[in-house]
Design a protein around this ligand. Structure first.
Ligand code: XMP
Length: 515
């Protein structure tokens, strides 16, 4: 069953590329709810679940490769409007009697799309030529019977085709990619004008529906939520609070590895502003003891993770009558753990180490949402910008940004230096072009001179990267003046630091964090 049964839903049929998620997001940006389904979905299941339209994604395979993903061809006859992109177009062509010859003439990157004279329903209103994004080797040579070819590029004679009478449309280019000039317009036209889907996936509806769903699920039960101050857990807390008010208790485990003022901000926002029942566990000492002399980054992570759940369940079991544990699982986690075609299958990270005799049912109110939707929900619920636009921050926090053993003194140094880095870059980066920036404290000391005195102290490494998704990243080309200012401030204001270095490594070969 669709997660949102009452919403008109578009199914994005996944042929195994990274494109499916992007398409699903674009559909939602066009205010229509979308879900990703595997290409082996049957016509019966589609009939039963009644999507309002289908979009066939691109895929990495050649349609002729052995084992290339196929789709049940009876789906074309269900009368549901279908739009295919790239691989999806080629498959549609072959399934319906067209031809995809092996030309081996690929087209990658920008191309100029020229509309043909035939009237295109899909591309109505577009200029005669526009820029599109291509990424393919083979392409359709002959469109199936009943289709007309509606556009071409210099290399690809059938750049788009349609059989409007049957509601079938396809483009060889990728409308979901930002480089395709009128891509979102094409998607909107298909959804709204051709498939006639109403624009109901709006922030207000998303919240109303989530609130109804939570109330229905938990009734008068109590719910507990582990709050970290990160985007996902914060939005879960705010949403649950909107739905069930004081039936919610949040537990905030302060492991002492947080950035400057972070713990105080969590208390200010959730306890003081939202009036959420907040248990603030001051576990700093406990963590420092456990991490004493621990230098291995994986061990640090394990200790912090295991201890987190210990502390959390100690608190949780003190509360009476709690039935539910809320979790900030997002839609990409759901897809990655459940999708057979995704190249990389991550094990579901929701394995919570319940202690013996302890169990809560899970409630995951963000399960259907993408990260950008979660941020928008958070903003709509009144969470401040510092939370909803927060940079990624490792769960074990500064523990991974201190190389070697962790001490209170090092934590203080790093916190102060990091606050300077964040303050300076954020006031310079008004367009938010830098994905993530922070300070790292390595496990070395070097000689310096301050005033007349020789120093032997730590350096701070500044890390700032541009990235779209943290999978790859490039070091940010920060202006020299900004680097100079940070360097001066850190050395003058932070005791124990006598040198500042800037990391100019991209990912790969580096990673974003140091650890
Ligand atoms: P790396 O260092 O592998 O990091 O390039 C990729 C991204 O993941 C973030 N990161 C984490 N995020 N919990 C998180 O929520 C973690 O434990 C964690 N460790 C790394 C990192 O900041 C970067 O954005």
């Amino acid at each position: 069953m669709s997660y949102h049964e009452q919403q008109p839903t578009v199914f994005v049929v996944d042929f195994g590329a990274q494109y499916a998620q992007l398409i699903a997001r674009r559909v939602r940006e066009a205010k229509v709810y979308s879900e990703i389904v595997s290409h082996d979905i049957t016509a019966e299941e589609i009939e039963r679940r009644q999507p309002a339209a289908l979009i066939l994604s691109g895929g990495p395979a050649s349609v002729y490769a052995p084992g290339a993903p196929k789709m049940d061809p009876r789906i074309y006859d269900l009368g549901i409007p279908i739009l295919g992109f790239c691989y999806g177009m080629q498959l549609m062509a072959i399934d319906l009697g067209g031809e995809v010859p092996h030309t081996d003439i690929g087209e990658y990157g920008f191309a100029e799309l020229a509309l043909l004279e035939s009237q295109s329903r899909l591309m109505e209103g577009l200029p005669g030529t526009s820029q599109v994004w291509m990424s393919h080797r083979d392409s359709v040579g002959t469109a199936p019977e009943g289709f007309c070819v509606t556009a071409r590029t210099a290399i690809t004679p059938v750049a788009s085709m349609e059989d409007a009478a049957r509601g079938l449309y396809a483009t060889q280019f990728h409308p979901e990619v930002a480089h395709t000039e009128y891509g979102q317009q094409i998607i909107r036209r298909f959804l709204h004008d051709i498939a006639g889907i109403p624009l109901v996936w709006t922030m207000v509806n998303i919240i109303d529906e989530a609130v109804d769903r939570i109330r229905e699920q938990v009734g008068s039960d109590r719910v507990i939520c582990a709050l970290s101050g990160g985007v996902d857990s914060s939005v879960v807390a705010a949403l649950l609070h909107r739905a069930i008010g004081d039936q919610l208790t949040c537990v905030f485990v302060d492991h002492g590895m947080l950035r400057l003022d972070e713990a105080a901000d969590v208390v200010r926002v959730f306890a003081d502003q939202f009036h959420i029942d907040l248990v603030h566990v001051q576990a700093q000492e406990r963590y420092l003891d456990l991490l004493d002399h621990v230098t291995d980054p994986e061990l640090k992570r394990r200790i912090i993770g295991e201890e987190f759940w210990k502390v959390f369940f100690e608190e949780a079991t003190k509360l009476k009558g709690v039935k539910w544990l809320a979790q900030g699982t997002l839609y990409p986690d759901v897809i990655e753990s459940g999708n057979k075609t995704a190249a990389k299958i991550k094990s579901h990270h929701n394995l919570i180490p319940f202690p013996d005799g302890v169990h809560f049912d899970l409630i995951e109110p963000l399960r259907a949402l993408f990260k950008d939707e979660v941020r928008a929900v958070g903003a709509e619920l009144g969470l401040p910008d510092e939370i909803v636009q927060r940079q990624p921050f490792p769960g074990p926090g500064l523990a991974v940004r201190i190389i070697g053993a962790i001490t209170e003194e090092k934590l203080d140094m790093l916190r102060e230096a990091d606050a300077i880095v964040r303050e300076e870059i954020s006031s310079w980066d008004t367009e938010r072009s830098v994905w993530q920036y922070f300070a790292v404290l390595p496990d070395i000391r070097s000689v310096g001179v301050m005033g007349d005195e020789r120093t032997y102290a730590h350096p701070i490494i500044i890390r700032a990267v541009a990235s779209a998704d943290a999978m790859t990243a490039d070091w940010a080309r920060l202006p020299h003046e900004l680097l100079a200012k940070m360097s001066n401030r850190i050395i003058n204001e932070v005791d124990g630091i006598n040198r500042v270095a800037y990391d100019i490594t991209s990912k790969p070969p580096g990673t974003i964090e140091w650890e």
